[in-house]
Design a binder for this molecule. Sequence first.
Ligand code: NAD
Length: 495
Amino acid sequence: MTTTVPHSAQVLAEPRMLVDGRLVESGDDGVFPNINPATEETIGHTFDATADDIDRAIAAARRAFDETDWATDHAFRKHCLLQLQQALEKNKELLRSVLVAEVGAPVSTTHHMQLETPLGDDLLWPAQAIDTFPWERDLADNDFFGARSWRKVHKEPIGVVGAIVPWNFPLETTLNKLGTALATGNTVVLKPAALTPWNATHLGRLIAEETDIPAGVVNIVPTAGNERAQLIVDDPRVDMISFTGSTATGRHIQQRVAPMTKRLLLELGGKSAHIVLDDADFPQALASSAFQACLHGGQGCALQTRVLLPRSRHEEGLEIIETAFRAVAYGDPTDPVNIQGPQISAQQREKVEEYIRIGQEEGARLVLGGGRPAHLTRGYYVEPTLFADVTPGMRIAQEEIFGPVLTVLPYDDEEHAVRIANDSPYGLSGAVSSASPERALAVAWRIRTGTVSINGGVAHGADAPYGGYKASGIGRQSGLEGFEAHLETKTVAGL
Ligand code: NAD
């Protein structure tokens, strides 16, 4: 396992954007800083796309879709995706260092969901699905006033996809979006998060230098300005927005695109509940509770940030959770033992601290943590924080904190547990633990979320539809459902 970040800041930096097949600087030479959240140091700068740069990127994506055979040449698309996959594999260690430096991602997470898991299948699965997906199917002939028609259903790409990405799992989200959008024959204008641009700009460099992906098929335009990012949302030449980020921004985008009836895929926030049933093996069920809340500083949309314990075994469960919290390894993201690094920014740390204050004011019991770790004098760190005696209506039980904060709620019986789990504006993910897999499954069917884990099972994968109910999103990314979400359906009939 890699123990340190071996690359210098100069090697890590890739300030250029990708527009129409070329790696370019911004039109007005403007830049914005990239800050390492573990050291608070500026590690370099990135060119800030101007309105003109974004306009050229959209025009290039439009032209590549309308005027080349990218949309129709399945074999060529597969070839390009496999080439990109190989280029990423070759540059894996560089990407790992970038993710640790700009995201503050613990290096341990890059061996899994930050880097290696998506490298393993986010491009490969859709590339392979090109061969197996039913692009066309025949319907039975149709009689209409005595005329007999043959009929076909045909699937084709939507067009130009505007892909907008957050900072918490940036390369994973980007590859996930790109793999499906490209495999289905769309062209892309990608806007990475301003806090984590280099994983995307390096991807742009690899696309330009190491693949046959035609000019304009992928454009990558980092910008520090959300009003400029919104140009992608507002532009009628962009047919679909694939957005991952906060529910507030997702709703804003939804309103912007409504007048254009633009296609929309929204992957938004979460507040996932883990129901521990009264027959569960508590040590086993709760061993990962601290990991689930603190992994990557709790900056994960699907992390289980509410644990629901039966009142009859509440203190026993809380003790196990507290022990697990005391064992959380956190700090320097380059140290492979750590699972929790810093929050992404000073602002994000303040937001987490504000929720910790709110929790105390609401009357929840602060069992552990709540402050800044004394031994970490640099970096945007928050201590692993555990709240007990949380009631379902409290803001810390309802709102997404996006920090290493776990809320523990007692419940009376199974019905009550399901009610609490579903008493949330969100519906992204959830978990159930029980000695009886059948009982757990019966509860899982009643949880109003897009994924559910039973006794620690992991649903994620490029083949698995992923997304949310309610305020957690619209549509599904990944899997066949994600593939379909990037396609239009045309029914053709002839005599
Ligand atoms: P955010 O909504 O602030 O920003 C997300 C992206 O949208 C950024 O690239 C940002 O620059 C861009 N953006 C903001 N305003 C815009 C506008 N008006 N027009 C166009 N683009 C705009 O979210 P964030 O703080 O970067 O990310 C954290 C959030 O993302 C959390 O709520 C988390 O749950 C969510 N998330 C969800 C998933 C999922 O799959 N459901 C995955 C990861 C993160």
